[in-house]
Design a protein around this ligand. Structure first.
Ligand code: AMP
Length: 282
């Protein structure tokens, strides 16, 4: 596996791979790999001739006071893991290389980004779509892989790819969880042992919502109250939001009569975690 940090070099390499007729899969990440990343890399390896993984802790998707500086980083460990999985190329550029002096062009998906994490993290998705658009231009992948754990991100990236005529398939894979249900996240390493134990309440609260909806509860308010009550049994958890929304438009739902996305964010100390569950009312 070769590691490339220069955007022009990765672009030239990808152009020549395309000319050779190779299919290219891209897995964009911020590194500090866990089994969620591994599942994306494995699937990409199974479906493409060449797999490129990017590691870039993207400064412009972090707001002021967010955890850019303390975000977990483990480049040597990540390289070893990716190599073992069979990744062909690692793209690990510096912030300076991605945003050189004079940079002033941003990609903004306007409506899908207003609610959920977009409301709590203004500018976050603008940072995400800008860097993902740049990665798509550099790598020109046939397929790009994302996790359902960041559900809103996957919907926003899909919209951007369609709106900007990016000629590629967006593949979204299920959330990989710890044995107690906690969604795997690089940020989990920042939890204290007590916070880590407490954080399993998030998935339990989503399971409660799932049970209610499957039992026929159609009031989103009732379901969300139960989700909140469950999370609030954990004194270490501070809710940012809980929401029931249309899985495609991400608009809040009052009544649940078909597929619904239950999405939430909560803080444990300084660490903000997100999770979601896609439920189909029976
Ligand atoms: P990140 O490094 O956190 O930006 O994540 C890189 C990619 O991995 C994104 O598409 C995430 O949605 C995906 N991902 C993160 N955590 C998980 C997980 N627990 N299960 C599946 N995919 C994940």
């Amino acid at each position: 596996m070769q590691t490339i940090d220069d955007p022009d070099t990765i672009q030239r390499r990808c152009e020549s791979l395309r000319r050779e007729g190779k299919t290219i899969g891209l897995v964009p990440t911020m590194g500090a790999f866990h089994e969620g990343h591994v599942s994306l890399m494995r699937r990409a390896c199974a479906e493409n001739d060449i797999v490129i993984v990017s590691i870039f802790v993207n400064p412009i998707q972090f707001g002021r006071g967010e955890d850019f500086d303390s975000y977990p980083r483990d480049l040597p460990g990540d390289l070893a893991q990716a190599e073992q999985i069979g990744v062909d190329l690692m793209f690990a550029p510096s912030a300076q290389a991605i945003y050189p002096k004079g940079f002033q062009t941003y990609v903004d998906v306007t409506e899908l980004t207003t609610g959920l994490c977009g409301a709590s993290r203004p500018g976050h998705f603008r940072g995400v779509t800008t860097v993902v658009a740049k990665l798509f231009n550099l790598v020109m992948p046939h397929r790009a892989y994302f996790g359902q754990k960041d559900y809103q991100q996957s919907v926003v990236v899909r919209r951007m790819a369609a709106d900007l005529n990016c000629n590629l398939e967006i593949v979204v894979l299920p959330t990989v969880r710890e044995p107690d249900g906690l969604a795997m996240s690089s940020r989990n390493t920042r939890l204290t042992p007590e916070q880590r134990r407490a954080a399993s309440v998030l998935y339990r609260s989503l399971r409660c919502a799932d049970e209610q909806v499957r039992a026929g509860e159609y009031s989103a308010k009732t379901v969300l109250e139960e989700v909140r009550r469950t999370i609030e049994t954990e004194p270490l958890a501070r809710i940012d939001y809980v929401a029931a929304c249309d899985p495609e438009t991400l608009q809040p739902l009052d009544y649940i009569s078909g597929p619904v996305l239950i999405a939430l964010a909560a803080r444990f100390g300084e660490t903000r975690l997100i999770d979601n569950l896609l439920i189909t009312a029976s």
